[in-house]
Design a protein around this ligand. Sequence first.
Ligand code: SF4
Ligand code: SF4
Length: 374
Amino acid sequence: MKKNYFEKLGVELPNLGFGCMRFPIKDNKINFEESKELIHHAMRNGLNYFDTAYPYHEGESENFLGKVLPDFPRESYFLSTKLPIWKIENEGDAEKYFNEQLIKLNVDYFDFYHLHAMNEERIKIMEKFNLYDFVAKKKAEGKIKHIGFSFHDTNEVLQRLISAYDWDFVQLQINYWDYAENDAKKAYEIVEKHNIPCFVMEPVRGGFLASFAPQAEKHMKDFAPDQSLASWALRWVASLPNVAVVLSGMSNQIQLNDNLNTFNDFKPITKEELTIIDEVIEDLRKIKPVPCTGCRYCMDCSFGVDIPNVFEIYNDYKKSENKDIAKKSYFLFTEEKYRAHNCQKCLDCLPKCPQGINIPEELQKIDIEFSNFK
Ligand code: SF4
Ligand code: SF4
């Protein structure tokens, strides 16, 4: 496993981290045995960084890890979780959630503790309840080793937040698509300029960069037939010099083994490969995808719409242009009550989307387009 050492952190970290929001599912719950085997397989292969959060798997990700990680000595793995800032409404709430997380995860300390999904609104909560002092106190008590935050907002807000505290690390959404199309390049540069190690989430953009239309896929497959599309995305982001850990949410052994192969025999991305990635970006630009990562923070919709599922089917259709598959996925495999036309434009989901997607507008567009398939 490729390892990284950053002076500021003082520990050697595996370059690949296990994102714990996409475990295999059975009967709408984490499939315990399959997920446990993924964790054990990861540990056997040197992947010992686990990143969870209070809301992942509707609160069950932390409980699950608290049952499985004690199979290993505490010092043999790195555990990262996140304070759910949006739930803090009263003095003492931060303490309450922090202690609850220690109990759920069955540990005495967290190696990496994030302020979760920070943005303008959540900075106000941080200030109101003096959470900077709260996490500093926990660090002094030895219950947190490293303090950082994950982030979804403008680069102006990022700049302000970075300057407000002596952070040990920052977690950003970086991948070659967001670097080229959105603000990820500038965000990465801000963090690098402050000499803070960068942890990466959504390197494959919720699977968007793991499957393409045949024409886009051809660029990569002609060059390296055996290399998965996901491995291109992971190698690209892991080749940035200030990246410490790249998180990947792995849902099965195939994905885990593919990622382990990528990082066990890591090859930085070459100039020639960068040209190929540019060609792919050009092809992806033409399809205008909905920039949904499948995080499900917008759920549940009170009117039943399965927002990420609708966006996934739509993006797959735009990539493949295969009407038959889209028709089957949408009208056969997606129950009527989950489809886009149920959106009542209540706007409840809008502030929950870290990607800033105008969800009702996109759903209306998709509803119109898919209605023509009937
Ligand atoms: S705007 Fe539409 S999709 Fe969003 S919560 Fe309201 S009804 Fe559901
Ligand atoms: S619409 Fe936004 S919040 Fe909902 S799953 Fe997609 S990216 Fe996440």
